[in-house]
Design a protein around this ligand. Structure first.
Ligand SMILES: Nc1ncnc2c1ncn2[C@@H]1O[C@H](COP(=O)(O)OP(=O)(O)OP(=O)(O)O)[C@@H](O)[C@H]1O
Length: 309
């Protein structure tokens, strides 16, 4: 379990992480989402004792990272998959990490097998593809058989096979009862992988909810209403305080009410309804609903330079 309490980090006057309080529970894949610069990496670095908090604390299984007697046995992390000397083989790199952390040699064979690198264990790391490098990073994180895993953007640059593989690994680790915290800006990837989401924006917590609860938020979803009396029904619904847009073939998109309320109003006013469905918002829509107004870096149109003749 990771317990974060009032965690803050200032770089000069800038607050990268601002009074963050959240608990990351075991047995789940928790997605850690936020726009670029939201403070995800800084938070992970503070959990791992790589950055000193300006205020607050982060505990892993009840202890600050610095207090852990055998850190690798408690927490494994992949912050930057690149590690080790490019001329070293994967096996000798892992053996070195095992030796310097007092871990049994046979763990190296175990983790090489877990990540599917046994056949290339003797190859030099420098010749590895990005996917193999990510696998090696995960092997290193698993060496101590830790109960907590932190992965910073693990699918960055991976091909679909690699993405699928990492997704499977995370799900398996969580199913084994471990705490898995994975940061990403790939929302669609999180939608398929995470059980729970922690979303931050400008260093502040904006959501800490199960994936299903987050997607069930009605604010970003809309009801589709198809009726031969579209415009008249739209007026009825608007008069009841709902927000209605009329699309092609007079199909209505309605927000601000549950389906049964819409259906009852239509019935009471004598409007036949041929379709009444609720479209669940995608994670992307919910995410922008939550963070959109607070994006640190928003795109601006590129101006074409005008060169004076
Ligand atoms: N060492 C540092 N010195 C100064 N500012 C920093 C430092 N590290 C991070 N920051 C700033 O802190 C803020 C949070 O950065 P951080 O890398 O934690 O965000 P992030 O959510 O991981 O972003 P990304 O998705 O782009 O990796 C940013 O404004 C960043 O510029």
């Amino acid at each position: 379990m990771i317990e974060i309490d009032g965690l803050s980090k200032c770089f000069g006057k800038a607050r990268a992480v601002d009074d963050l309080t959240v608990t990351i529970r075991p047995g789940l894949v928790t997605g850690f989402l936020g726009p670029n610069g939201a403070g995800k990496s800084t938070t992970m670095r503070m959990i791992l004792g790589l950055d000193r908090p300006s205020a607050g604390r982060a505990h892993i299984d009840g202890h600050r990272y610095e207090e852990l007697a055998d850190p690798l046995r408690t927490v494994g992390a992949v912050l930057d998959a690149r590690a080790g000397h490019p001329g070293q083989s994967a096996r000798s790199h892992l053996l070195g990490v095992a030796r310097s952390n007092g871990l049994a040699r046979n763990r190296v064979t175990d983790v090489l097998e877990t990540v599917g690198l046994e056949d290339v264990a003797a190859k030099r790391i420098g010749t590895f593809s990005l996917g193999m490098t990510q696998r090696l990073g995960i092997a290193r994180a698993l060496l101590g058989d830790p109960s907590v895993l932190l992965l910073d953007e693990p699918v960055n640059g991976l091909d679909p096979d690699g993405v699928l593989w990492i997704r499977g690994v995370m799900r398996t680790l969580a199913a084994e009862g471990r705490t898995v915290l994975v940061s990403s800006h790939l929302l669609s990837e999180m939608q398929d992988t995470a059980d729970h989401l922690v979303i931050i924006s400008r260093g502040r917590l904006v959501a800490d909810e199960s994936m299903s609860a987050l997607l069930a938020r009605r604010s970003a979803g809309a009801a589709t209403v198809r009726s031969p009396h579209g415009p008249a029904l739209a007026t009825v619904l608007e008069n009841a305080g709902m927000s209605v847009t009329i699309g092609a073939d007079s199909v209505l998109q309605v927000t601000g009410a549950d389906l049964d309320v819409i259906g009852t109003l239509a019935f009471d006013h004598g409007h036949r309804v041929d379709e009444l469905t609720f479209r669940r918002p995608s994670l992307e829509e919910v995410y922008f609903d939550l963070t959109g107004a607070e994006l640190e870096y928003t795109g601006r149109p590129i101006r074409t330079a005008v060169v004076a003749a």
